[in-house]
Write a protein that binds this ligand. Structure first.
Ligand code: NAP
Length: 201
Protein backbone atom coordinates (compact mmCIF):
# COMPACT_ATOMS: atom_id res chain seq x y z
CA UNK A 1 0.00 0.00 0.00
CA UNK A 2 1.00 3.61 -0.47
CA UNK A 3 0.57 5.36 2.89
CA UNK A 4 0.91 9.03 3.83
CA UNK A 5 1.91 9.63 7.46
CA UNK A 6 1.53 13.27 8.52
CA UNK A 7 3.54 14.08 11.65
CA UNK A 8 5.93 11.21 10.98
CA UNK A 9 8.83 12.95 12.75
CA UNK A 10 6.85 13.27 15.99
CA UNK A 11 6.61 10.83 18.89
CA UNK A 12 3.35 9.19 17.78
CA UNK A 13 3.82 9.49 14.03
CA UNK A 14 7.30 7.99 14.16
CA UNK A 15 5.99 4.88 15.93
CA UNK A 16 3.27 4.51 13.28
CA UNK A 17 5.51 5.25 10.28
CA UNK A 18 8.33 2.93 11.34
CA UNK A 19 5.96 -0.02 11.78
CA UNK A 20 4.08 0.58 8.52
CA UNK A 21 7.28 1.18 6.52
CA UNK A 22 8.36 -2.43 7.01
CA UNK A 23 5.41 -3.56 4.88
CA UNK A 24 4.31 -0.55 2.81
CA UNK A 25 5.52 2.47 0.87
CA UNK A 26 5.34 5.24 3.47
CA UNK A 27 5.49 8.92 2.52
CA UNK A 28 6.53 10.94 5.57
CA UNK A 29 5.02 14.43 5.66
CA UNK A 30 5.91 16.93 8.38
CA UNK A 31 5.91 20.68 8.72
CA UNK A 32 9.67 21.11 8.32
CA UNK A 33 11.22 17.79 7.24
CA UNK A 34 10.48 14.42 5.65
CA UNK A 35 9.73 13.24 2.12
CA UNK A 36 7.42 16.23 1.76
CA UNK A 37 6.64 19.27 3.89
CA UNK A 38 3.14 20.64 4.47
CA UNK A 39 1.33 22.95 6.85
CA UNK A 40 -1.73 20.94 7.86
CA UNK A 41 -3.33 24.14 9.18
CA UNK A 42 -3.43 25.54 5.64
CA UNK A 43 -5.95 23.88 3.30
CA UNK A 44 -4.03 24.98 0.18
CA UNK A 45 -0.93 23.30 1.58
CA UNK A 46 -2.89 20.08 2.18
CA UNK A 47 -4.18 20.23 -1.41
CA UNK A 48 -0.66 20.76 -2.80
CA UNK A 49 0.66 17.80 -0.80
CA UNK A 50 -2.00 15.44 -2.17
CA UNK A 51 -1.35 16.66 -5.71
CA UNK A 52 2.37 15.95 -5.33
CA UNK A 53 1.86 12.47 -3.87
CA UNK A 54 -0.90 11.31 -6.22
CA UNK A 55 -3.38 8.60 -5.30
CA UNK A 56 -2.82 6.72 -2.07
CA UNK A 57 -4.35 3.81 -0.15
CA UNK A 58 -4.10 5.21 3.36
CA UNK A 59 -3.62 8.50 5.17
CA UNK A 60 -2.46 8.65 8.80
CA UNK A 61 -2.46 11.88 10.79
CA UNK A 62 -0.51 12.25 14.04
CA UNK A 63 -0.44 16.00 14.64
CA UNK A 64 -2.12 18.57 16.81
CA UNK A 65 -1.87 20.59 19.98
CA UNK A 66 -4.10 22.78 22.11
CA UNK A 67 -4.32 24.83 25.26
CA UNK A 68 -3.45 23.48 28.69
CA UNK A 69 -4.85 25.42 31.65
CA UNK A 70 -7.53 25.39 34.30
CA UNK A 71 -11.08 25.70 33.05
CA UNK A 72 -11.80 28.67 35.36
CA UNK A 73 -8.99 30.64 33.72
CA UNK A 74 -9.63 29.60 30.10
CA UNK A 75 -10.97 32.01 27.50
CA UNK A 76 -13.06 31.01 24.51
CA UNK A 77 -10.10 31.89 22.31
CA UNK A 78 -7.86 29.52 24.26
CA UNK A 79 -10.47 26.76 24.00
CA UNK A 80 -10.51 27.23 20.24
CA UNK A 81 -6.77 26.44 20.05
CA UNK A 82 -7.62 22.75 20.38
CA UNK A 83 -10.18 23.03 17.60
CA UNK A 84 -7.93 25.08 15.32
CA UNK A 85 -4.66 23.21 15.89
CA UNK A 86 -5.85 19.65 16.42
CA UNK A 87 -9.41 19.04 15.21
CA UNK A 88 -9.87 21.15 12.09
CA UNK A 89 -6.47 20.33 10.50
CA UNK A 90 -7.11 16.58 10.79
CA UNK A 91 -10.70 16.94 9.55
CA UNK A 92 -9.47 19.00 6.59
CA UNK A 93 -6.92 16.29 5.78
CA UNK A 94 -9.90 13.94 5.36
CA UNK A 95 -12.20 16.34 3.52
CA UNK A 96 -9.53 17.37 1.00
CA UNK A 97 -8.11 13.85 0.85
CA UNK A 98 -11.29 12.01 -0.13
CA UNK A 99 -10.65 12.58 -3.84
CA UNK A 100 -7.10 11.26 -3.54
CA UNK A 101 -7.71 8.02 -1.64
CA UNK A 102 -8.30 4.81 -3.61
CA UNK A 103 -11.48 2.73 -3.32
CA UNK A 104 -11.36 0.74 -0.08
CA UNK A 105 -8.66 3.02 1.33
CA UNK A 106 -8.63 4.57 4.79
CA UNK A 107 -7.97 7.53 7.03
CA UNK A 108 -6.57 7.23 10.55
CA UNK A 109 -6.68 10.26 12.87
CA UNK A 110 -5.07 10.74 16.28
CA UNK A 111 -6.92 11.89 19.40
CA UNK A 112 -5.66 10.96 22.90
CA UNK A 113 -6.46 9.80 26.40
CA UNK A 114 -7.79 12.97 28.00
CA UNK A 115 -11.46 12.58 27.09
CA UNK A 116 -11.63 9.26 28.96
CA UNK A 117 -9.09 9.79 31.76
CA UNK A 118 -8.81 13.54 32.44
CA UNK A 119 -6.06 15.52 34.17
CA UNK A 120 -6.24 19.03 35.60
CA UNK A 121 -5.91 21.67 32.92
CA UNK A 122 -6.82 19.23 30.16
CA UNK A 123 -10.36 20.26 29.23
CA UNK A 124 -9.38 21.87 25.92
CA UNK A 125 -7.46 18.74 24.87
CA UNK A 126 -10.29 16.51 26.13
CA UNK A 127 -12.78 18.40 23.97
CA UNK A 128 -10.52 18.17 20.92
CA UNK A 129 -10.07 14.43 21.41
CA UNK A 130 -13.82 13.94 21.82
CA UNK A 131 -14.50 15.94 18.68
CA UNK A 132 -12.10 13.81 16.64
CA UNK A 133 -13.41 10.51 18.01
CA UNK A 134 -16.97 11.70 17.34
CA UNK A 135 -16.05 12.76 13.84
CA UNK A 136 -14.74 9.34 12.86
CA UNK A 137 -17.82 7.63 14.29
CA UNK A 138 -20.16 9.93 12.37
CA UNK A 139 -18.11 10.13 9.17
CA UNK A 140 -17.65 6.36 8.90
CA UNK A 141 -21.25 5.82 7.86
CA UNK A 142 -20.95 8.51 5.17
CA UNK A 143 -17.65 7.57 3.57
CA UNK A 144 -17.85 6.85 -0.17
CA UNK A 145 -16.28 3.98 -2.17
CA UNK A 146 -15.67 1.73 0.83
CA UNK A 147 -13.22 4.15 2.41
CA UNK A 148 -12.74 3.52 6.13
CA UNK A 149 -12.00 6.04 8.89
CA UNK A 150 -10.78 5.40 12.46
CA UNK A 151 -8.90 7.16 15.21
CA UNK A 152 -6.10 6.06 17.51
CA UNK A 153 -6.32 7.36 21.07
CA UNK A 154 -3.10 6.64 22.96
CA UNK A 155 -2.12 7.10 26.58
CA UNK A 156 1.09 9.09 27.08
CA UNK A 157 3.94 7.45 25.19
CA UNK A 158 7.02 6.23 27.03
CA UNK A 159 9.13 8.37 24.68
CA UNK A 160 7.10 11.45 25.74
CA UNK A 161 7.47 10.80 29.48
CA UNK A 162 9.94 13.66 30.05
CA UNK A 163 7.98 16.12 27.94
CA UNK A 164 4.86 15.67 30.09
CA UNK A 165 6.70 15.05 33.35
CA UNK A 166 4.44 15.77 36.33
CA UNK A 167 1.22 16.28 34.36
CA UNK A 168 0.03 12.67 34.07
CA UNK A 169 0.56 11.30 37.60
CA UNK A 170 -0.50 7.67 37.81
CA UNK A 171 -0.94 7.26 34.08
CA UNK A 172 0.60 4.30 32.30
CA UNK A 173 3.21 5.15 29.64
CA UNK A 174 2.74 3.06 26.53
CA UNK A 175 5.45 1.64 24.28
CA UNK A 176 6.00 2.49 20.63
CA UNK A 177 5.18 -1.14 19.86
CA UNK A 178 1.73 -0.89 21.47
CA UNK A 179 1.00 2.37 19.66
CA UNK A 180 2.19 0.92 16.35
CA UNK A 181 -0.21 -2.02 16.68
CA UNK A 182 -3.18 0.34 16.84
CA UNK A 183 -2.11 2.14 13.66
CA UNK A 184 -1.48 -1.21 12.03
CA UNK A 185 -5.01 -2.37 12.85
CA UNK A 186 -6.46 0.91 11.61
CA UNK A 187 -4.53 0.89 8.33
CA UNK A 188 -4.20 -2.81 7.57
CA UNK A 189 -7.39 -4.05 9.23
CA UNK A 190 -10.99 -4.03 8.11
CA UNK A 191 -12.97 -2.00 10.66
CA UNK A 192 -14.36 1.51 10.39
CA UNK A 193 -15.74 4.11 12.80
CA UNK A 194 -13.52 2.75 15.58
CA UNK A 195 -11.54 4.53 18.28
CA UNK A 196 -8.53 2.34 19.04
CA UNK A 197 -7.49 3.15 22.59
CA UNK A 198 -3.94 2.30 23.66
CA UNK A 199 -3.93 2.34 27.46
CA UNK A 200 -1.34 -0.35 28.21
CA UNK A 201 1.53 -2.21 26.64
N1 NAP B 1 3.10 12.04 22.60
C1 NAP B 1 2.13 11.47 23.34
O1 NAP B 1 2.39 10.87 24.40
C2 NAP B 1 0.70 11.52 22.86
C3 NAP B 1 -0.26 10.75 23.52
C4 NAP B 1 -1.58 10.80 23.08
C5 NAP B 1 -1.94 11.59 22.01
N2 NAP B 1 -1.00 12.34 21.39
C6 NAP B 1 -1.42 13.18 20.26
O2 NAP B 1 -0.71 12.78 19.11
C7 NAP B 1 -0.54 13.90 18.23
C8 NAP B 1 0.96 14.02 17.94
O3 NAP B 1 1.65 14.21 19.18
P1 NAP B 1 3.23 14.02 19.30
O4 NAP B 1 3.55 13.98 20.75
O5 NAP B 1 3.69 12.92 18.42
O6 NAP B 1 3.74 15.43 18.72
P2 NAP B 1 5.21 15.88 18.35
O7 NAP B 1 6.22 14.88 18.86
O8 NAP B 1 5.34 17.29 18.80
O9 NAP B 1 5.24 15.83 16.75
C9 NAP B 1 4.37 16.61 16.01
C10 NAP B 1 4.47 16.21 14.54
O10 NAP B 1 3.54 16.97 13.81
C11 NAP B 1 4.21 17.74 12.81
N3 NAP B 1 3.53 19.04 12.70
C12 NAP B 1 3.37 19.96 13.66
N4 NAP B 1 2.68 21.02 13.18
C13 NAP B 1 2.42 20.75 11.88
C14 NAP B 1 1.78 21.44 10.83
N5 NAP B 1 1.22 22.66 11.04
N6 NAP B 1 1.70 20.86 9.62
C15 NAP B 1 2.24 19.63 9.40
N7 NAP B 1 2.86 18.92 10.34
C16 NAP B 1 2.96 19.47 11.57
C17 NAP B 1 5.62 17.89 13.32
O11 NAP B 1 6.48 18.18 12.22
P3 NAP B 1 7.76 19.14 12.44
O12 NAP B 1 8.63 18.40 13.42
O13 NAP B 1 8.34 19.27 11.08
O14 NAP B 1 7.22 20.42 13.03
C18 NAP B 1 5.84 16.50 13.93
O15 NAP B 1 6.12 15.56 12.93
C19 NAP B 1 -1.11 15.11 18.98
O16 NAP B 1 -2.42 15.32 18.56
C20 NAP B 1 -1.09 14.65 20.44
O17 NAP B 1 -2.08 15.30 21.23
C21 NAP B 1 0.32 12.33 21.78
Amino acid sequence: MKVIVVGASGAVGKAAAEALASRHEVIRVNRSSGDLTMDIEDVDSIRAMYQQVGRVDAVVSAVGHGHFGSVDAMSGEQFMLGINHKVLPQVNLVLVGLDHVNDGGCFTLTSGVLNRDPIRGGSCAAAANGALDGFVLGAAVDMPRGIRINSVSPEVLEVSRERYDGFFRGHYHVSNEAVALAYSKAVEGCQTGQVYTVDFG
